[in-house]
Design a binder for this molecule. Sequence first.
Ligand code: ADP
Ligand code: MG
Length: 249
Amino acid sequence: MPLLECRGLTRSFGGLVAVDNVNMAIEAGEIRAVIGPNGAGKSTLFNIITGVLPVSDGQTVFAGEMITGLPVYRVVQKGIARTFQLTHLFPDLTAHENVRIAAQAQHADRWRPLAGGHVLAASRKVADEALEQMRLSRFSGVKAGMLSHGDQRLLEIGMAIAQKPRLLMLDEPTQGLSIEETDRAVQILRDMLAKGDLTVILVEHDMEVVFKLADKITVLHRGRVIADGLPDEVKANDEVQSAYLGGLE
Ligand SMILES: Nc1ncnc2c1ncn2[C@@H]1O[C@H](COP(=O)(O)OP(=O)(O)O)[C@@H](O)[C@H]1O
Ligand SMILES: [Mg+2]
């Protein structure tokens, strides 16, 4: 059974069908890239899987359970964490505080009045580990807004992994990064993925990053899946070549 299964997912905005009957199955442990030109529906697909937007039609099954229509916080509790295409953090809080809030938010005991001490200690430890994994420990006490753009994007991934997800969804994590920052982010992600048993869906415009990280690729074009498979198969697909990869190689 796949960890995540999208069945006929569809989302319209007025007359525009931004995500059109998407079927996709992600196995546990898989790193899946979702690629496609601007406006293809990649972020909308993320938004409907994670409950940020309601679906117009279709279902999402996660770990054997229907999660369609659940609010975002319930989807997070089920084990899906994500980052956003545009930076989404608290600039006036320190790096450590940002990650700790994310860690605390998913803690089962967070609302129990007497749980304060141990929740705090546990969240602190999770935050330390997440910063360490993102190689940001030295910035622990620095306000997030003071970090470089590259470090801010890594911090956001740290916030997502502090939620201890089974499925991590990254929306264009290298957007706006320099070549050096991109290489560094890819290295950090590779190290993180080599260790854990995380499943990842990655939206990424940089094809080099895609080919370095992904086990499989899904290509979206005008809301529809036009190809789906191993990187080499997708690269060789004629429809993908003309719709998107034209000019690559
Ligand atoms: N909240 C929204 N309201 C109206 N149209 C939207 C909204 N979000 C996305 N769209 C439209 O849906 C299409 C897909 O957008 P998006 O999912 O952001 O694409 P991608 O992430 O692949 O670039 C685009 O035409 C976009 O303008
Ligand atoms: Mg997008």
